[in-house]
Ligand binder design. Structure first.
Ligand code: ACM
Length: 781
């Protein structure tokens, strides 16, 4: 939503890069590049993700059997840890019992310290007929060698020989990150462990944990107990109704945090905490109003977006935050501590004589400089304790000490500027690496931001901005994807957003550019999807789900249509049925568009070359009613502002569906070229959502249409959004009306194709309506 959305996304709109959600009803898509399954390759591809830097096959093979030992050097605890991890994975995924052994050279799999492996996290894995060796200089290298061996083991069927090979591997970047927002919605420690384990299996090494924000404070600070007693809890709109909890929130105990940090460390993952300053402060100020500017106690926010509550930048606040950081540093051994710095709209500081007096006392010329001063106080405090500050790229605005690391999120320009000034940088740009972006425009996709960032988009991301010279390139620590959870109220949402895009991220961060190959990546994915299924991970199959497109005009006019099948990744063999049955591995193979008569139900699924199914089958009912109906995702924005979000019905309900598309800045949607021949009625279903969006300075961009009744109207215009009114309905008093509203009416439109524009005139500070669906009727029922 408009947390980091509006300004940025509006800029994207100007640049013309917005991808409109398009209607699967009318889209004409090229035929998928599908064909009969290719013959199985002589040497099956190994599903190594991220792809390794170098792999040489050799003659022969080795069979790993239960009872084979994992040999580690005497007293080498890190090697034993890596071996223990491998033993556990091999047991869980292949049923193998691989006991650890120390000393001696006879183990089937030997972990060997090898000073000749130069790269810090590098390793050499050799599989030979006589056994397996994992050689590395460092602890992390031994662990990554174990991960690769496990990936080889799970690339071949259980019990099958492992091909002989030699892999020499090391990461491209030192920072291979994922950010998890546990504020907007929390995950249980068990769920976070699932994420950490998956990160490890992908050789990612930094979990950036977003722990404080306007909507909650999730880390207990013993010296300031109100931060979690008050700040951890918010009262949702519609609290206690329609699946909304009575209050939402909670926090991680210090013991839980220590356990997660240790669990991550055992997998060579550093947990970097974020305490966001001086904005995103509402929960902190709700806990201790003296930390704020106005002296008043705000409510812990339920509004997504840019809230305007700031910390006051006084020496007293600096002291409190130093105490907070003392406890943060005690919990998190990470060298880096993230202090936020993003989206601090300065309204409160500007309106406060006390803050302005403080700024002048400090001899600072601007509020940006004041933010910089405030953050630098805390950055220096971290420095004095041997730690290093990271901030979002806004920290550049008022000047920042040279050793602060800049996380570039407003595109890559922050990274270019920061690296040019000698800062280390991490690329985490929106929307490119924001996993809260939708990954497809499919109607069955769950919540997220628009535009779409597909699996292929993530795969294609290049972390090093082209503008950097060699000195600048040396400052790029790596790339990180961010999981902001405003629209991920459950861990199922998180899993859907993260997997398999995490596979693409892993390859971006680890694999040498010359070894990155999208088609090869796709060929390695089916075995990875099998790993997800075995681990119970609810990954997204959006890249492989069949799109079932028809020629709606022809279908309405003649009762027959051509059906075109494709999928986003243009990968796999599409199989389909027309009799309502589920398409199995023997169903018809799609090779070219085919003709059907209405009514018909097309069901299709994509299959990999190895015969495994790439995703759940999808169905499309093709009949007159369906062709005359547009759901929420298929109605376009009205002209003006293309920004839209795909949101859940209430902020904290956990179901993946239904979802609604919300054109936040212009509450109006249209059906271009609607087929009006023979149409005599209209059926519209609206859903009322809580109006919980904080837009700060962007609020002025929201279109307000004049309304004639207190709660506004739904107005249907013909041809243009300011054109002839075909019909209109008065919106009811929300305190007396259900949240789902249904309107039926006769209309007498002209024949032919015309745009229908559905405009809502409800006051902007009143209830927020979205379209569930619009249906054209042959007659009013
Ligand atoms: C951000 O997305 N506000 C860093």
């Amino acid at each position: 939503m408009p947390r980091r959305p509006t300004l940025i996304r509006l800029a994207l709109v100007v640049a013309g890069s917005f991808v409109a959600a398009c209607s699967p009803t009318t889209a004409t898509r090229p035929a998928a590049s599908v064909a009969a399954p290719p013959p199985a390759p002589a040497v099956p591809p190994l599903s190594l993700i991220p792809q390794v830097a170098s792999l040489q096959r050799a003659p022969g093979s080795f069979v790993l059997r239960s009872g084979d030992t994992l040999g580690v050097p005497d007293g080498d605890r890190a090697a034993a840890g890596a071996a223990q991890w491998l033993a556990e994975r091999a047991r869980a995924s292949r049923g193998l019992a691989l006991p650890l052994a120390t000393g001696g050279d006879v183990a089937a799999v030997r972990f060997v310290r090898d000073g000749s492996v130069a790269a810090a996290e590098g390793y050499r894995l050799v599989i030979a007929p006589g056994g397996v060796q994992i050689r590395a200089r460092t602890d992390a290298g031994l662990f990554y060698g174990a991960v690769t061996l496990w990936q080889v083991l799970t690339s071949v069927p259980a019990g099958a020989p492992l091909p002989a090979l030699a892999i020499d591997d090391a990461p491209r970047f030192a920072w291979r990150g994922l950010m998890l927002d546990s504020v907007r919605h929390m995950q249980t420690p068990e769920e976070i462990r699932t994420l950490i384990e998956q990160m490890a299996e992908h050789k990612l090494n930094v979990l950036h944990w977003h722990l404080t924000d306007d909507q909650g404070w999730r880390i207990p600070i013993k010296r300031y107990p109100e931060l979690t007693r008050i700040g951890a809890w918010r009262i949702p709109p519609h609290a206690g109704h329609d699946g909304e909890p009575k209050r939402y929130g909670g926090f991680y105990t210090q013991a839980q945090i220590r356990a997660l940090v240790a669990y991550a460390a055992a997998r060579h993952i550093t947990v970097v905490p974020e305490i966001d300053l001086p904005g995103h402060a509402t929960a902190a100020v709700a806990s201790y109003p003296r930390l704020g500017v106005t002296g008043k106690r705000p409510k812990v926010s339920v509004d997504w977006g840019v809230n305007t509550t700031l910390y006051n930048p006084s020496p007293a606040t600096v002291r409190v935050m130093e105490h907070v950081l003392d406890e943060v540093m005690a919990l998190f051994p990470s060298h880096y501590i993230h202090l936020g710095g993003d989206e601090a709209v300065k309204d409160q500081w500007q309106a406060s004589p006390a803050v302005q007096a403080e700024r002048r006392r400090l001899g600072l010329a601007s509020d940006d400089a004041l933010q910089s001063w405030f953050m630098n106080q805390l950055g220096s405090y971290l420095g004095a304790h041997g730690r290093r500050m990271i901030g979002w790229d806004e920290i550049l605005e008022g000047g920042v000490p040279g050793d602060a690391v800049v996380m570039s999120w407003r595109g890559s320009k922050g990274a270019v500027e920061a690296a040019g000034k000698g800062h280390d940088v991490i690329l985490s740009p929106a929307p490119d690496l924001y996993f809260d972006q939708l990954q497809s425009d499919r109607a069955d996709e769950t919540t997220g931001r628009i535009p779409v960032k597909s699996l292929a988009d993530i795969y294609a991301f290049e972390p090093v901005p082209k503008q950097l010279d060699a000195a600048g390139v040396a400052h790029v620590l790596g790339a990180q994807a961010n999981v902001w959870t405003e629209h991920m109220p459950s861990f199922a949402h998180v899993e859907h957003a993260v997997f398999p895009r995490l596979d693409a991220l892993a390859e971006v961060d680890w694999t040498p550019v010359v070894r990155r190959d999208w088609h090869d990546f796709l060929a390695r994915l089916p075995a990875q999807l099998a790993r997800y299924r075995a681990a119970g991970i609810a990954y997204a199959d959006s890249a492989f789900a069949p799109d079932i497109a028809v020629d709606a005009d022809a279908a309405l006019a003649s009762g027959r249509t051509r059906v075109t099948l494709s999928n986003q990744a243009k990968y796999g063999t599409l199989r389909y049925t027309l009799d309502g049955s589920a398409p199995d591995a023997h169903a018809s193979v799609y090779t070219a568009p085919f003709e059907v008569g209405l009514p018909v139900t097309v069901r299709a699924a994509a299959y990999a070359a190895d015969g495994s199914v790439l995703g759940a089958p999808r169905s499309r009912v093709i009949d007159r009613v369906a062709l005359l109906t547009r759901g929420t995702t298929a109605l376009a924005n009205c002209p003006g502002n293309p920004f839209r979000l795909r949101v859940q019905p209430l902020p904290d309900v956990t179901s993946l569906s239904p979802v609604y598309e919300l054109p936040l800045f212009n509450r109006c949607q249209q059906w271009a070229d609607a087929p009006l021949d023979g149409i005599h009625g209209l059926h519209v279903v609206l859903q009322r959502l809580p109006n919980n969006y904080a837009l700060a300075h962007d609020a002025k961009l929201v279109v307000q249409r004049p309304h004639a009744t207190p709660f506004g109207e739904l107005v249907v215009h013909l041809d243009r959004c300011d054109g002839e009114v075909l019909n209109q309905w008065t919106l009811p008093d929300p305190s007396r009306a259900p949240r789902t509203l249904t309107f039926n009416a006769a209309i007498t439109p002209p024949p032919g194709r015309h745009t229908l524009c559905f405009a809502l005139t409800a006051p902007n500070d009143g209830p927020l309506y979205v379209f569930d669906r619009v249906q054209l009727l042959d007659a009013v029922r």
